[in-house]
Design a protein around this ligand. Sequence first.
Ligand code: TYM
Length: 328
Amino acid sequence: KKVIFSGIKPSGDLTLGNYLGAIKNWIKLQDEYDSYFCVVDLHAITVRQEPALLRKRTLEILAIYIASGIAPEKNTLFIQSHVPAHSEAAWLLNCFTYMGELSRMTQYKDKAQKLGESISAGLFNYPVLMAADILLYNTDLVPVGKDQKQHLELARDIAIRFNNLYSPTFKVPEAYIPERAAKIMDLQDPSKKMSKSEDNPNGYILIMDPPEVIRKKISRAVTDTVGVVRYSDEQPGIKNLINILSAITNMTPEEIERRYEGSGYAKFKEDVAEAVINELAPIQNKVKELLDDKTYLENIYKKGAEKANYVATKTLRKMQRKIGFIIK
Ligand code: TYM
């Protein structure tokens, strides 16, 4: 079976963007692949996290994975920091990555601009840790949103470089980016990605937002004065809502345009809100149940770490041997 690796960082509450851009596709792919779904807590601490909140979010993300339909018996679900090979491989790969490559990462450049002097070295090196995550499992496919495409290309470059320097060691992974949900935009500013780190909560929908909040946020979503439900770059707000509806219902944008011909934005927005609520409500209930049973979750992440640790350590030893370390 081919291998999938993907992860989400517990640095904020998950949004509809995380769900449609990542999790929903993992569910579709899980039967065909041997899949590793990770909660990447090591990535989260590249910016300051409140310890209690980090712990809470780490477990909540695990619960969201399962509640969304990722079968814990079929897939490997684990917490990144439980598998030390990630940190070790990241150090090794850091020595095969150029400063120039990392300074060209657009996500880093954006954050550096916002954070100024207080940017951590971890944030700069972050894509190397991500490369380690992926390469340790001989991953074939990495299902992510479009914002991770550049990081994935770097992971490929690092893999190819290492393979060429020594001998074939890593599989060179491919990105899997969904068509409609590649980049869900901010509801208040559809030129920006929907993100858990935005200041204005009306711009994002959280997976755990209650129905009335979802209705309110979608009804307030920025649109335009054209007044026609059309899939067009000139109507970025409407286009984003069409993408959301399309990703949830599998209707194509053309089918959605036809369905809302002659109807105003209000009706369209109501339907988008109901679709989102119907998608998220059962997940929310299941998450709450799962979080009540900590031993269930504990068993899953312990078992996951064991399996992940076995595979990752094997690859790490291979790397160490090729580099020239003495293996004890
Ligand atoms: P993170 O935690 O920022 O986001 C998790 C996943 O959600 C996707 N995503 C979106 N997709 C569509 N529209 C949006 N508005 C949106 N916002 C987020 C992201 O593309 C991602 O797939 N570096 C990664 C985590 C990571 C990882 C990995 C992923 C660490 N190691 C190895 C894959 C493989 C990150 O920060 O994602």
